[in-house]
Design a protein around this ligand. Structure first.
Ligand code: URA
Length: 278
């Protein structure tokens, strides 16, 4: 009799780790990611993921945005890091400079566990810019946003209305580094990274923003209203002197988990396509 586990036991243990979200071997010593700061109230009630989709070509007559009455909860006092990201972002005069600034920034703990900084994919200067939440495992490995299962699903939906990242779509995320175990980014992490995505939008100058999921919608629209209420309704992204029509969409990962929401996404994409055709 030996103390060594059998192959079947090892596989079983590995499976349990994967199911618990331990998908990466990063260090010899264990890290308790549950100790990471996370405000469960500010982005709360988020059915844990969010929305998806969008397209190209400009439309002149965008509808007036429905007003968002509720300000976003729990603003934090800016830390030095926050000041740094705002200053760093502001100093970038174009997208390559912003990419270099983010890749060179070491003030976010997420970067330490990430394999890559995920900056963007698609066509710089496209009329439509889609902003998701944060990279997952596949995105972290490949260094590109939305390339995993939910990203492929997103691509399929977008293709149905003529949008794709090789011709007419630009894609990024609120947070450029993968949160360990694909957890939701904390409020502090979002606040730290927000100047980067705000500058990214200002430099990319899209005519339309597609805000995919709860985190993207709440962060960029500065609202506490959840994605399931806002999805499909035109809003305005207001920052840096810009006012950009923005469509909140359900996150593809959410739709994959709740297939009954597919009809909602299709309805939102159809209304987007109709608007873009004008
Ligand atoms: N989910 C996101 O929000 N962004 C990605 O890049 C991948 C999955």
């Amino acid at each position: 009799m030996t103390d060594s586990p059998s192959q079947a036991e090892i596989i079983d243990m590995l499976r349990q780790h994967v199911e618990a979200g331990c998908t990466d071997m990063l260090a010899d010593a264990p890290i308790n990611h549950f100790d990471a700061p996370r405000d469960e109230t500010a982005f709360a009630a988020v059915p844990d993921t969010a929305p998806s989709a969008p397209q190209n070509q400009m439309s002149e007559a965008m509808p007036a945005a429905a007003p968002i009455a509720t300000p976003m909860a729990t603003p934090r006092a800016p830390s030095d890091n926050h000041v740094n990201t705002a200053e760093l972002a502001a100093a970038a005069d174009d997208l390559p400079a912003l990419r270099a600034a983010i890749e060179g920034f070491d003030g976010c703990a997420l970067k330490k566990t990430a394999k890559n900084t995920v900056f963007s994919d698609g066509i710089e200067g496209a009329h439509i810019m889609l902003v998701g939440e944060a990279p997952g495992q596949d995105e972290d490995r490949q260094g590109k946003p939305f390339v995993g299962r939910s990203g492929q699903f997103l691509d399929t939906m977008l293709a149905a209305i003529g949008l794709n990242r090789t011709e007419n779509l630009y894609i990024s995320n609120v947070v450029p580094w993968r949160p360990p175990g694909n957890r939701t980014p904390s409020l502090d992490e979002i606040a730290l990274c927000k100047p980067f995505i705000a500058r990214h939008i200002a430099l990319a100058k899209p005519d339309i923003l597609l805000l995919v999921g709860n985190i993207s919608t709440k962060t960029l629209l500065q609202t506490d209203i959840g994605i399931t209420k806002l999805r499909g309704q035109w809003q305005n992204y207001e920052a840096d002197g810009l006012s950009i029509p923005a469509m909140p969409l359900l996150h593809p990962a959410y739709v994959l988990r709740r297939p009954e929401t597919k009809a909602d996404v299709w309805a939102d994409l159809c209304s987007l396509k109709k608007r873009l055709a004008h």
